[in-house]
Ligand binder design. Sequence first.
Ligand code: PMP
Length: 437
Amino acid sequence: MTGTTLDDYTDRYARRVRGMTVSEIRALFAVASRPEVVSLAGGAPYIAALSLDAVGDMLGRLGSEQGVDTLQYGIGQGTLALRERICEVMSLSGIDVGCGASPEDVVVTVGGQQALDLVSRLFLDPGDVVLAEGPTYVGALGVFQAAQAQVVHVPMDDDGLVPEALEAAIAEVARTGRRAKFLYTIPTYQNPTGVTLSEERRERVLDICERAGLLVVEDDPYGQLGFSGDAPRPLRARRRDGVFYLSTFSKTFAPGLRVGWILAPHAVREKLVIASEAQILCPSAYAQAAVTTYLTTMPWRDQLKIYREIYRERRDALLDALGDLMPEGTTWTRPDGGLFIWASLPDGLDSKAMLPRAIAARVAYVPGTGFYADGSGHGFMRLNFSFPSPERIREGVRRLAGVMEQELAMRQVFGGVPGPVGRRGQAGADVPGPDLA
Ligand code: PMP
């Protein structure tokens, strides 16, 4: 070979890999994980709220007493025992036998993330369009980008996805001679905004998708983490055809086990299993046994309540701190569940440009740019309330408010802080890594 050496890989990458770049904010987050930094950036559940001794005993016994099965290969679809338990979990949200939910149509996945990847593998060719809320889950953007699909964002308001905007987006895509394959939506306690699609809009969104022949991928990791009563029923509880329901035990039990699932329309379940086997052979038998045993022998409904109570208290701490400390012109969502608040900054502030200064002031957040496929969203930030204690949350907001006040003062003196603002577009998504899930 001449001209290239074997350590030069640039020309050898598959086309789908070329758009994958290491986000500059990843390096900043290496610093943000230091203990002196209050991180409002992550998406981690508060695992210390689990009865760790009891869970630890259970995990140990799975090895010593059932190791012959739990340390062995399993089947691609996942164990029947777990799929039955998953149906029980879904029935709490109204997805039950009455609406055609059956263990037969459940595919166990390696977290919600593999569920997203599988649905994308099944339906997306390069150049296909995916409609998604703007903003949306950063990890979904990474999956769609790897599939070389184009994401068209649909605006949201306090009631979630705007149905008229969805209709307009479908029409606009059709005008360009293409067809959107599916709507990707997180209707309940959305990541990153915390917003919930209203009862009335759920029916309208489903009707619009049905009329347009658009599949619906409903991602629901947070639906059982509501703070004041039940959330509106999932989309899948209203329609069995054309809706893929994705969820995970990452937020309601433990993300370290990496167990999620898809409830698929019966006709495609087999293809999903084949695609999953090609990718991972089978989900971990040990992790599946851990979740099954947790759901059969431990008080998991009580644990859900514990998580909800802790998160409600922390959500209140964050709302109170924002109300007391944020500079004028800042607004934010008031989520009724989930892990996140979405804040809109005063005119002229740029969350991405400000991040190094925030980290120097020992507070971290995720800039809004991570949640738009085109890298817009400079005027927004995502704040997490599930992990830090109420006291740390208040201290973090105090530090953040200080940085914002300084930026605003600089703007007054110098007539502007460098960097783009608001929803101005930029090439390429700005996708942070798993520590920001
Ligand atoms: N979907 C959404 C909306 C999420 O927020 C997350 C995790 N933050 C996932 C999927 C991935 O979940 P898991 O950790 O189970 O892979």
